[in-house]
Design a protein around this ligand. Structure first.
Ligand code: IMP
Length: 438
């Protein structure tokens, strides 16, 4: 099959954006880690420690929530951009975990001085809101931290050393916090002295890593360094383009890169979308291809579908081509990487949702409204299963039925599945061609 040639200027940009094209947990961490070998700088542009990126390498498993998984590769620069909401305690835990494994991130890990800090009261608010009537968040304070950012009540690393500024900022934030916590949720108020104690701890943790990352990254780009932009979550959880309101509070789509890092629109080269060979989602919200039967249970067990951040079981279902086509369109995805292919091994038949029927009408559009998406009935194409693909490293040696499944997905999605993952370790990967950064 022939695919449209990516325009020349995009090939010339030495960068690769890696974005999730479903509801998160697609296995981006493995590809970020694997492909960072070919890059110089790896940057996170949104989200916070709600994310969980798992990497298996050299017989060891690492889980990252904030630091780009490229940190495991020697000498690579890792940037946490201004679009990220940073919990410094979570960052410190990750740094300690790296040090315990003989990796010192000092001098190659940078945190934006403009990132928003997750304050302890954001976590309390997230928890209180979830317990009242939530959407199934990770309770890590992500939503409140972004809400405070846009209400201009946020606190950033660059604010921590400015005594008068921080005094006033904390006071203003606490008026809002306590009117919710004590007023609406009947919980204990938070005192200013409590918060100022955390501010000092935050300051000590962040000081060695905090810089103007937009300037630093522009410097690297102007020197022709190869950049990877690492997305967290997935496009279907995007606050603008996902299944709103059952979404996270940031822009996992490639659009988030520009504002989340402060780079030129021309800095984004090829966009690689990551999908699982099936679909999962954690938390509440519509899920048209969800399987509530023994096949769903089998996929959950075999795919070890439990959240890397919260341990919650993930809901499982068939591949949804409608959702992924929407992600491809809104995120400008050029090529795909497919993970967990081997989890489907041994199934008699495998289904793919090609379009929906909503209120009796056939549609291939991902609805904007969650109630409409809830009413979507999936229409499936069925494929013959295969015996085993686990650990296969060469496309040609895959079972014919597996190749038919992949090629049918490419037809339905209109772009190539360039990379295939047939096991958790980075070595279990099939490359079907070159990336633009190669
Ligand atoms: P929040 O990001 O914690 O506010 O949660 C909002 C929604 O996004 C919930 O449905 C979460 O389960 C989901 N979510 C957040 N982060 C991830 C992730 O890394 N993977 C999958 N789902 C996520």
């Amino acid at each position: 099959m022939r695919f449209e040639k990516i325009s020349l200027w995009r090939n010339l940009m030495k960068s690769l954006a890696i974005v999730g094209a479903q509801w998160g947990d697609e296995g981006k961490g493995k590809f970020v880690h694997l492909l960072s070998e070919r890059a110089d700088v790896i940057c996170r542009y949104q989200g916070g420690n709600n994310a969980g990126h798992t990497v298996v390498t050299g017989g060891k498993k690492y889980v990252f929530h904030l630091i780009p998984s490229g940190i495991l590769k020697k000498g690579k620069i890792c940037i946490i951009g201004n679009g990220v909401v940073v919990n410094p305690f979570a960052l410190r835990d990750e740094i300690d975990m790296l040090k315990a494994n003989g990796i010192d991130p000092a001098s190659r890990l940078f945190v934006s001085d403009r990132a928003q800090l997750i304050m302890p009261y954001h976590i309390e608010l997230d928890t209180a809101m979830e317990e009242a009537a939530g959407i199934g968040t990770t309770k890590r304070g992500i939503g409140p931290a972004y809400s405070f950012k846009y209400a201009r009540l946020g606190i950033r690393p660059c604010d921590l050393g400015e005594k008068d500024y921080i005094d006033k900022a904390v006071m203003l934030a606490l008026e809002e916090v306590n009117s919710s916590l004590a007023g609406r949720f009947k919980r204990k108020s938070v005192s200013k002295s409590e918060v100022m104690g955390k501010v000092r701890e935050y300051s000590d943790i962040l000081r060695p890593y905090t810089v103007n990352t937009s300037k630093l990254l522009s410097h690297f780009i102007s020197r022709g360094k190869i950049i990877i932009f690492e997305g967290a979550q997935g496009v279907l959880l995007d606050v603008d383009f996902g299944s709103y309101p059952y979404v996270t509070s940031s822009n996992p789509s490639s659009g988030g890169i520009l504002t989340g890092l402060g780079v030129s629109p021309r800095a984004v080269g090829q966009v690689l979308g990551v999908v699982k060979a099936y679909t999962t989602r954690v938390g509440g919200g519509p899920f048209p291809t969800e399987l509530s039967d023994t096949t769903g249970e089998m996929i959950k067990k075999r795919g070890n579908e439990f959240g890397a951040s919260t341990g919650r079981p993930r809901r499982c279902g068939w591949f949804d081509a409608v959702g992924v086509r929407h992600s491809i369109q809104v995120s400008g995805i050029d090529i795909l990487a497919m993970t967990k292919f081997d989890v489907l091994d041994k199934l008699k038949s495998i289904k793919v949702c090609t379009h929906y029927v909503i209120d009796g009408k056939k549609t291939d559009e991902f609805p904007s409204n969650a109630s409409v998406l809830e009413r979507a009935v999936s229409v499936y194409e069925e494929f013959e299963g295969w015996d085993t693909t686990a650990g296969v490293k060469d496309y040609d040696t895959l079972p014919e039925a597996a190749k038919r499944y992949i090629e049918a997905l490419e037809r339905l999605l209109g772009i190539q599945i360039l990379l295939l993952s047939t096991g958790p370790d980075e070595v279990d990967t099939i490359f079907r061609g070159k990336l633009a950064i190669d």
